[in-house]
Design a protein around this ligand. Structure first.
Ligand SMILES: Cc1cc2nc3c(=O)[nH]c(=O)nc-3n(C[C@H](O)[C@H](O)[C@H](O)COP(=O)(O)O)c2cc1C
Length: 150
């Protein structure tokens, strides 16, 4: 399980932008789970990208996570955008994955505008930051899989 997957669900296209930037950085296609409805495939490192709505995760991302299991999914990185800094974590998704014995190694977060709050975000700089953070995490994950970390 040494491959990387990037999947997303989106309501206002921010997660699409973030997932596509991560996919480009890591050389993999970002998959829209709503449009493409894929069955989860084996991945050593899986990026799950979504926003927060009325304080909750995207239900489509939750449904996808429900189909995952530890035998095909190695580690997960959550990538979350939201208008409020107080909502910048996908707690429900994390809890679900941990309950399945899937390790959540990191969560990359950034602002995502809604109505007049954080309008224009994520901006180019934030999208770049997220893609670079994803690259760093994937490097660390590959090094630890090879036993090169200290
Ligand atoms: C219907 C709706 C409800 C939202 N509710 C919240 C919220 O409760 N807290 C928050 O911080 N952001 C909220 N947001 C902002 C989104 O989390 C943010 O815009 C995110 O980047 C959306 O990602 P997406 O474009 O991939 O759907 C909401 C956005 C929408 C469209």
């Amino acid at each position: 399980m040494d491959n990387i997957s990037v999947v997303y669900a989106t309501k206002t296209q921010h997660s699409k932008k973030l997932a596509e930037a991560i996919g480009k950085e890591l050389g993999v296609e970002a998959i829209n789970i709503t449009k493409q409805a894929p069955s989860p495939k084996a991945a050593g490192l899986l990026f799950l990208v979504g926003g927060i709505y009325a304080g909750k995760c995207n239900p489509e991302l939750i449904s996808y996570a429900e189909k995952l299991n530890a035998s095909i999914t190695g580690k997960v990185v959550l990538v979350t955008s939201s208008a409020s800094a107080a909502h910048r974590n996908q707690g429900e998704l994390r809890q679900l994955l941990v309950g399945k014995g899937i390790e959540v190694v990191d969560e990359i977060t950034c602002p995502g505008g809604f109505l007049f709050i954080k309008l224009g975000h994520p901006n180019k700089t934030e999208i770049r930051f997220v893609a670079e953070a994803a690259k760093e995490i994937s490097k660390k994950s590959a090094a630890s899989a090879d036993g090169k970390d200290d």
